[in-house]
Design a protein around this ligand. Structure first.
Ligand code: ADP
Length: 477
């Protein structure tokens, strides 16, 4: 059975149960109160008769009592008779005037006790009883009056319950619909996601303020993340394909070339060129495989650092030497600034070298020709830290993308399209940040699209370090 009929049935059942229980208890309570009210009314009639009898005795006005008693049975249809009998058993007032002055005699209500209700009370003046007042009601008439009032109550209850039931059922159905419709919509959207379609339209459901609204917003967010993952997967596949295919293709072509030219004789400069190309492409493959292995090792926690006091400015210069040709080819100016009395950092020099290589590679890759790269090494002595920052005048990164580039295989699409040659795999920053964090430092980025980026990281200073010479080197290509 689907959720909507299930919920509707459950709600309707609960509603009907609640209405029946409420009406039943209300009817029971009202019935008791109607009976109590009737009893109180009969007692009040008797007490009034007693008061009138006392009044008539005090004022010596028998007529008042006679008239009141006579009219009493006319005012109360359920009453059979009302009378006041003096202490000698003489009737002094009666609803049937011809009985006045006669002894109580056969009028004794006990003769028909089964069908009548007799209420009596003494009439006193101070401590002396002067007469006895009694009223006789027909039990059947009393019951009929009560039944009439109960029947009225039943009618009203049925009317109110029916209206409540109709309104309640409408509310129940709308409630069930308002819960099941969004769930149905979410199920449909889940089906779409399963088919790899990301265009979700959850309409007004997302605007709801309840848990279903929250769920649909989470759902939308999840779909966005899945889409990003899907794009990431595509990017990764294309990156892997590109990073494997291009160097392998290049290696194969050079090997074929060497094979073809071997018998005709290859000149020394050609040999040098071929071997240089083969070396470059093999290095590219090695770098890619190493990146993959590093990510796997970092995920497993299988990388250990060999920390020793290290001269970070020297590492920076070493990296720049490595890239000297590339920097010259792209006509990039570069500058290294080191603050005076730089103490050594406590780090694994090889791993920090790897991080600087990654940051400088990116700076070169994403900075257009004739751009500028600045590397600063500062000591934050109060915090016992050393900070390295790599600033470029490249394409920059939007704030939204800045949060993503530290995720595995994430590359800014527009940036990827601007790059000529090897496009990278989106693993460098993940590895770099993980390595720096293993040292107890942080790696962050500040960037403005179109203006450039600064990647900066910190390392702990070696406590008993040897301060390197203050230096400021400015190299220009
Ligand atoms: P890769 O460079 O191999 O793609 P990284 O993890 O090093 O991987 O960088 C991830 C992405 O961050 C790059 O693809 C690029 O979009 C962006 N990025 C990194 N450094 C820079 C930079 N200096 N300028 C602009 N974008 C950058």
């Amino acid at each position: 059975m689907r959720l909507f009929p299930k919920l509707s049935l459950a709600f309707s059942g609960l509603l009907i149960g609640a209405i029946v229980c409420l009406s039943g208890s209300f009817y029971w309570a009202e019935q008791r109160s109607i009976r109590a009210e009737a009893n109180a009314e009969q007692q009040a009639i008797l007490q009034n008769l007693v008061h009138i009898a006392q009044e008539s005795y005090l004022t010596n006005d028998d007529l008042l009592l006679v008239k009141y008693t006579h009219w009493l049975s006319k005012w109360n249809p359920e009453m059979i008779s009302a009378r006041v009998v003096d202490t000698q058993g003489q009737v002094i007032a009666h609803s049937e005037p011809d009985r006045i002055g006669k002894p109580m005699g056969l009028d004794d209500p006990q003769t028909a006790r089964a069908e009548v209700l007799v209420l009596s009370a003494p009439v006193r003046m101070g401590a002396h009883g002067i007469a006895n007042a009694s009223v006789t009601f027909s039990q059947r008439s009393l019951e009929e009056t009560i039944h009439r009032r109960l029947a009225q109550l039943q009618r009203r209850l049925i009317e109110v319950s029916s209206v409540s039931l109709i309104v309640g059922l409408i509310v129940c159905f709308s409630l069930a619909l308002s819960w099941t419709r969004p769930i149905g919509l979410l199920a449909k959207m889940a089906e779409r996601i399963g088919q790899g379609r990301w265009d979700l339209d959850l309409g007004a459901v997302e605007l709801r303020h309840d848990e279903l609204g929250f769920l649909s917003r989470c759902f939308h967010k999840m779909a966005d993340q899945l889409r990003e993952l899907d794009e990431m997967k595509e990017d990764f596949v294309s990156a892997v394909t590109h990073e494997l295919r291009s160097p392998l293709g290049a290696i194969e072509s050079y090997l074929n070339l060497i094979g073809e030219e071997l018998h005709q004789g290859i000149s020394l400069p050609d040999w040098e060129n071929y071997l240089h190309r083969l070396r470059l492409n093999t290095q590219r493959l090695t770098r890619f495989v190493n990146d993959l292995l590093d990510v796997a090792a970092l995920t497993r926690g299988a990388i250990t650092l060999e920390r020793r006091p290290a001269d970070v400015p020297a590492l920076v210069r070493d990296v720049l030497d490595l890239f000297a040709v590339k920097l010259r080819e792209k006509h990039l100016k570069y500058e290294v600034q080191v603050s005076p009395l730089m103490p050594p950092a406590l780090c694994d020099a090889e791993r920090v070298h790897q991080v600087i290589v990654n940051l400088v590679t990116n700076a070169i890759k994403f900075t257009p020709e004739k751009g500028h790269i600045l590397i600063q090494v500062d000591s934050l002595l109060t915090k016992k830290l050393l900070q390295v920052s790599v600033t470029d005048t490249g394409i920059g990164i939007s704030t939204e993308d800045q949060a993503k580039i530290f995720n595995k295989f994430q590359q800014v699409r527009s940036a990827r399209q601007t790059v000529k040659g090897p496009k990278g795999t989106g693993l460098g920053l993940v590895i770099s940040r993980a390595l720096i964090e293993m040292h107890g430092g942080t790696l962050s980025v500040r960037s403005q699209p179109g203006k450039g980026s600064t990647f900066y990281f910190t390392l702990p200073l070696a406590e008993a370090g040897v301060a390197s010479q203050a230096s400021k080197v400015a190299n220009k290509t």
